[in-house]
Design a protein around this ligand. Structure first.
Ligand SMILES: Cc1cc2nc3c(=O)[nH]c(=O)nc-3n(C[C@H](O)[C@H](O)[C@H](O)COP(=O)(O)O)c2cc1C
Length: 325
């Protein structure tokens, strides 16, 4: 098992971190770890594996995130992920979706530490790559430090060494999945305290981190930082990561160079029958904060999916680049 350097990662996000988005992000940073969207183990086993698993060779380091609650299914799904070349497999113990209310899935598993240990063991026994856990700090009324510590210790006793912690609890009674990403307050102290009490574990913090500039400080006592929404809504921020975090000072591309490469990628994908809109939509935040960003967003959202969209995108790039210059 070769551990991957996880000092910075972009969070798994349904409807966001698909293979096209990951390809785009990889053009901005060589080292930041990328995650798939959550793939439900059962769907992977019984569904179209190519559709769920396909990715470009340039996307590595790349982690497959699985959701599920059946140890045998999760083990099989992890094995499929390994066969497809993923560098690591992660189990989702933080998702607050509707499905969770039926129990034993995503964040609901925070209430069952011993069972999560069993899920972890089944998955890790099935693969050579490392299996990690992404969890919350609590769920509903199970939000004490003791419960959180007990959860992590129980899963660690099963052998898990790496925990990615979204530093807010999930409140399943009455909050939507979206509200569950903002309303329960962040509690970074639980994450720092966990690392102090268990320095032997790799602890990665997630939740509300807005910029790569904030990462260094967090890395002074933690093993990694995971950024979700901020990186998706403003991918250009990741350009700083290779230098600042990984001390790799390769020549950085310009926005134009990144877009040219992404356009070439999209052209090849179009030839293979992939529609333009699901690829181009990831560019919406590409000029976040620049003059002309509003027109750019409107153009991507309204015009690029239509016929001749790639040419229209080329024109939009010329226009905004003149405004930015
Ligand atoms: C649109 C969206 C989809 C998400 N999908 C997933 C998912 O598939 N798996 C997961 O573990 N977390 C998912 N999350 C949660 C993120 O991984 C992350 O934990 C959360 O957004 C907090 O990080 P942030 O404040 O940096 O965005 C999702 C978040 C968003 C906004």
């Amino acid at each position: 098992m070769t551990p991957i350097d996880q000092r910075l990662s972009v969070a798994p996000m349904l409807d966001c971190t698909d293979r096209h988005a990951r390809y785009l992000l990889r053009l901005l940073t060589r080292h930041t770890v990328l995650y798939t969207e959550m793939v439900v183990a059962q769907a992977l086993i019984h569904g179209d594996r190519q559709r769920f698993m396909a990715h470009h060779g340039d996307e590595h380091p790349l982690v497959l995130q699985l959701g599920g609650s059946d140890p045998a299914q999760l083990a099989t799904a992890a094995r499929i992920g390994e066969e497809f070349g993923y560098d690591q497999v992660n189990l989702n113990v933080g998702c607050p979706s509707e499905r969770v209310k039926a129990g034993r899935f995503g964040a609901a598993l925070m209430a069952e530490p011993a069972y999560v240990g069993e899920l972890y063991s089944a998955m890790q026994a099935a693969v050579k790559v490392e299996v990690t856990i992404k969890c919350r700090i609590g769920i509903d009324d199970l939000d004490s430090w003791d419960h959180f510590l007990g959860f992590v210790e129980s899963v660690a006793a099963a052998g898990c060494k790496t925990f990615i912690i979204h530093a807010r609890k999930a409140w399943l009674k009455g909050l939507s999945p979206k509200q569950n990403r903002t309303l329960p307050p962040l509690n970074y102290e639980f994450v720092h305290r966990l690392k102090r009490e268990h320095p032997e574990l790799k602890i990665i913090i997630n939740g509300g981190i807005e910029s790569v500039a904030d990462v260094d400080e967090l890395l002074s006592d933690l093993d990694g930082v995971m950024i979700g929404r901020a990186a998706y809504h403003n991918p250009w921020m990741l350009l700083k990561a290779d230098r600042q975090i990984y001390a790799d000072d390769h020549t950085l591309p310009t926005r134009m160079q990144v877009l040219e490469q992404y356009m070439s990628y999209m052209r090849l994908q179009l030839e293979q029958g992939v529609p333009l809109r699901p690829m181009a939509r990831h560019l919406i935040g590409f000029y976040q904060g620049s003059p002309g960003a509003k027109n750019w967003r409107r153009c991507i959202a309204d015009e690029v999916g239509r016929s001749g969209g790639l040419a229209r995108l080329g024109e939009a790039i010329q226009i905004i680049e003149q405004q930015v210059a």
